[in-house]
Write a protein that binds this ligand. Sequence first.
Ligand SMILES: Cc1cc2nc3c(=O)[nH]c(=O)nc-3n(C[C@H](O)[C@H](O)[C@H](O)COP(=O)(O)OP(=O)(O)OC[C@H]3O[C@@H](n4cnc5c(N)ncnc54)[C@H](O)[C@@H]3O)c2cc1C
Ligand code: FES
Length: 353
Amino acid sequence: MLETLTKNLPESLVRVLTTPMDPDDYLELVNPLWSRHEIRARVADVVRETDEAVTLRLEPNRNWPGHRAGQHVQIGIEIDGVRQQRTFTVSAAPHEPLTLTIKRNGPGGVSDHVVRRLEPGTLVWLSEPAGEFHMPASVPDKLLMIAGGSGITPIRSMLTDLYRQGWQGDARLLYCNQNADATIFRRELEQLAADWPALKLDQLHADAGELLTPERLAQTVPDFAQRSAYLCGPGGLMQVVEDFYAQQGLEDRLHLERFQAPERGAPGEGGRVRFAASGGEAVGSGAESVLELAESRGLQPKHGCRMGICHTCTCRLESGRLRNLHNGEVFEAQGQPVRICVHAPEGEVELEL
Ligand SMILES: Cc1cc2nc3c(=O)[nH]c(=O)nc-3n(C[C@H](O)[C@H](O)[C@H](O)COP(=O)(O)OP(=O)(O)OC[C@H]3O[C@@H](n4cnc5c(N)ncnc54)[C@H](O)[C@@H]3O)c2cc1C
Ligand code: FES
């Protein structure tokens, strides 16, 4: 009966009629951006950057706390009635209107939906900004930024912020893309380099055979060892630069942000995990994360990036040992918060979940 009555009503009104109300629900009825706690935003504009990338200009509600240049947020987008969550860097500098710049990552995912179908006016949810990939309080005099594809987003934010601050150091930007047409922010960055003597821009195009190799890096920026380096791009590009810096003994000079999880290492011995609060348990072979095991038992732990970056999935380890799925490290940290998306049980484990 109730189902028939509510069939043609908006979702927010149906919730009012069918579930106990939170004050936010009443506010949402008047204006979907009104919320006492949640950060919500309206997509004010969708700007096409390349065939495969768009910038979303967002108008957040007053709960948006502002960000540091280089930080990322999680965005929740309703797709076919299900709220999907992904992590994106704020491509704007802190003084600019809030933007996310999103490149399509093949068919079917959230980025595909955003780049092909998202319309201005859409309402989205945001997390607090987070992340350590930003300039230190005292900005080094010499910088080397290395970006590939959508990895330009945190670097665009940091450079634009430094420009606005009137920073007068010496920054080099090596920006790698397939070709000029696929280059996000190409004209803007060329203009910035033309207007600002502190920045020199070098663009490498894979279609022209210009891949970033250690030799090319050292040739293009001979004083790379004296620069603080900031790296963000596809896995292959990052591996080349990481290996080169490790070989040179310069790991400490290299700051990096990953958009994808590194490969998982060989599985450990596996084990059984008990979920203290919910009462269930699951047995893992050593290849699955605790998050995946919990989901396989029908639990819905909070999570964001699923790759150990955002800390949203953190919960307390009551007892037992966990194994890091990426570096294989096994540890026992009773009573400590752990990220369940990147750890597997090793033997008998209990979590507060
Ligand atoms: C710190 C950080 C900053 C980023 N910044 C940008 C940026 O500025 N621009 C940009 O284009 N991309 C950025 N990304 C990449 C972005 O988050 C997505 O991974 C990418 O857009 C592909 O997502 P997809 O849904 O289209 O693809 P999919 O192939 O569907 O998913 C890709 C990733 O999402 C994870 N995933 C799958 N299902 C779920 C789920 N239900 N909930 C949560 N995660 C799930 C997968 O483990 C996989 O790693 C960033 C990633 C990180 C970690
Ligand atoms: S979900 Fe982001 S750290 Fe686990």
